[in-house]
Design a protein around this ligand. Structure first.
Ligand code: ADP
Ligand code: MG
Length: 410
């Protein structure tokens, strides 16, 4: 994969007084039971600040766009970006807003921007042309932005070819990554390409289903030295190895796929490590009765977490690794009594990082687990994009990245 340009590659003469269309991911969550919109976690806004500050400090006129939630092509007053603009102002960004991301009003305000000022366009998903990447919508957006430069910092949306991502890129003369995008690509793509990685490199993969993770397993099998598998998906693998899985989550259709992956590992001279014990519950419930079982003595119940011997095994593998990529919880961590394995892995990652290792966490639920564990600051890189990070780990090319330039034309 060719390295993409980022905003640091642009001399400030190319940014000063120039119109920059910046696509960021300002899709923040809101408090559920509040009559007025209250942002519950502004991580994404804070993550967008370095790029915004770089551009405004260089004197660019920034036309900033983002989606928020899923308004499905309709205007939805509860999904307006006004609270996001307020938060940006609290962080010192001089930002204007408009009630729509396209049209004469937005165009007039964009034209009135002075150097270093920002216009936050309204939620792009109020128009169905955004997710459809419809040429008419893209043209309308380009008529507002009239971009000299396109900057994509929305890593979380980079796996989709949308109007404000891959679409409008074609309307700018220069297309570069923002600093958050650059950081995500550095860590995730670097890991996938095995570029400058500290070895041994270990992947820890869990989560609910083999079907949603098999591409990640296969991709990482080629790049890493060892793959540790936990979570619900371990059961399909254990079934493929001939174990009794009782009432645990098994995807019957994927037993052969799991068997193939085990064979591929062998052919590559790599190891897939599976749990040797599990926390087995009587039912799928937060307060279900449970006991620790060795994998080869399972006859009933459902495995909802990895067991203590497996924790020890996985922990040692993580501590001995130079680089660890983690995706997918080890158990049903939403239920406290089945969260032990997931938090143990989180702890091991924090420890290996403290010893100089590189730890990378991607995937919606894994990142949520790391946040809950309070260990987030001890991890080398926590991806801001769930789906996008998975697709990158699968080795896919993301449309929001493919549309960026790899060199400056003169
Ligand atoms: P991520 O979002 O990090 O990619 P996934 O979405 O693949 O992770 O998987 C997360 C889900 O997997 C969690 O909701 C968790 O409860 C579930 N899960 C983990 N282990 C098990 C298990 N043993 N049985 C059933 N579900 C599980
Ligand atoms: Mg998930």
């Amino acid at each position: 994969m060719i390295r993409k340009l980022n905003i640091r590659d642009l001399p400030s003469s190319l940014l000063n007084s120039k119109r920059v269309f910046l696509r960021a991911d300002l899709n923040v969550p809101f408090e559920k039971n509040s009559s007025i919109p209250v942002i519950s976690d502004d991580t994404r806004i804070k993550s967008a600040l370095p790029t915004l500050q770089h551009l405004t400090a260089a004197g660019a006129k920034v036309i900033l766009a983002s989606h928020l939630g899923r308004p499905k092509g309709q205007v939805n007053d509860s999904l307006r970006l006004a609270p996001v603009a307020d938060r940006l102002r609290e962080y010192g960004v001089d930002v204007l807003t408009v009630p729509d991301c396209i049209g004469d009003k937005a165009a007039a305000v964009a034209d009135s921007l002075v150097d270093g000022q920002v216009l936050l366009l309204e939620n792009t998903r109020f128009h169905s042309g955004e997710t459809d990447n419809h040429p008419e919508f893209v043209q309308a957006l380009a008529n507002v932005a009239k971009p000299d430069i396109y900057v994509n910092d929305a890593f979380g949306a980079a796996h989709r070819a949308h109007g404000s991502t891959a679409g409008i890129a074609e309307h700018a003369k220069i297309r570069v990554a923002g600093l958050l995008m650059e950081k995500e690509l550095n860590f995730l793509e670097g890991a996938v390409n095995g570029r400058n990685v500290k070895r041994p490199m270990v992947a820890v993969i869990g989560g609910a289903k083999v079907s949603s993770k098999i591409a990640v397993v296969e991709s990482l099998l080629h790049k890493t030295d060892r793959v540790l598998i936990g979570g619900g998906m371990m059961w399909t693998f254990l079934r493929a190895m001939g174990h009794n899985t009782a009432d645990s989550l098994v995807e019957e259709d994927y037993v052969d796929v799991a068997r193939d992956a085990l064979r591929t590992a062998k052919e590559l001279g790599k190891e897939i490590l599976l749990p040797v014990d599990a926390v087995v519950a009587a039912s799928f419930a937060s307060d279900a009765a449970y006991e620790i079982k060795q994998i080869n003595e399972l006859t009933s119940g459902m495995g909802l977490d990895i067991g203590p011997r497996t924790i020890e095994l996985f922990r040692n593998q993580v501590l001995d690794a130079g680089t660890v990529v983690w995706n997918g919880p080890m158990g049903v961590f939403e239920f406290e009594q089945f969260a032990t394995g997931t938090f143990a892995v989180a702890n091991a990652l924090a420890e290996m990082t403290a010893k100089g290792g590189v730890s990378i966490v991607g995937g919606g639920d894994s990142v949520a687990a790391i946040q809950v564990s309070g260990l987030a600051s001890k991890i080398s890189h926590i991806s801001t994009g769930g789906g996008a990070s998975l697709e990158l780990l699968e080795g896919k090319v993301l449309p929001g990245v493919a549309c960026l330039d790899d060199q400056l034309e003169h």
